[in-house]
Design a protein around this ligand. Structure first.
Ligand SMILES: [Zn+2]
Length: 133
């Protein structure tokens, strides 16, 4: 499932070109905002795209055994990853580079990017892999 890029989500989906995960940040409230939005839901302030460290933990997950998409081999892990920067800063993603059975709530993970083409733009899907350090 690939996103249609617009001015509000482009930074998020393309920042992986630089190896960075970028998330909208409200400078007025001092909070990170997901899902991707044009304005801060609390103060309607303009959001700026800022890099996060890319590390987090598995908040919850499910192992999918249903082949919805022939291009994606099963089983694979769909997870909500909570980023280190803020306790409610969670993004839906996949856990890669490990056995699906080894994924646990609280698993320490870090971001990777999977490049895909959308029209004539490259999208860098953030996925997460177990942290090795
Ligand atoms: Zn705000």
């Amino acid at each position: 499932m690939l996103p249609a890029l617009d001015d509000h989500n482009r930074a998020f989906w393309t920042a992986g070109a630089d190896g960075q995960l970028r998330v909208p940040f409200c400078t007025r409230c001092g909070v990170w905002v997901v899902p991707l939005a044009a304005e801060c839901p609390d103060c309607d302030g303009v959001l700026e795209s800022r890099a996060v460290c890319g590390r987090g933990t598995v908040f919850t997950y499910t192992v999918n055994h249903q082949p919805f998409n022939p291009a994606v081999p099963v089983p694979y892990v769909i997870a909500i990853v909570e980023l280190e920067e803020q306790t409610d800063l969670r993004i839906a993603s996949n856990i890669v580079d490990c056995e699906p059975d080894s994924v646990r709530i609280g698993l320490l993970v870090e971001v990777r990017f999977e490049r895909q083409e959308v029209g004539d733009e490259s999208v860098y899907m953030p996925v997460f892999a177990p942290r090795v350090d």
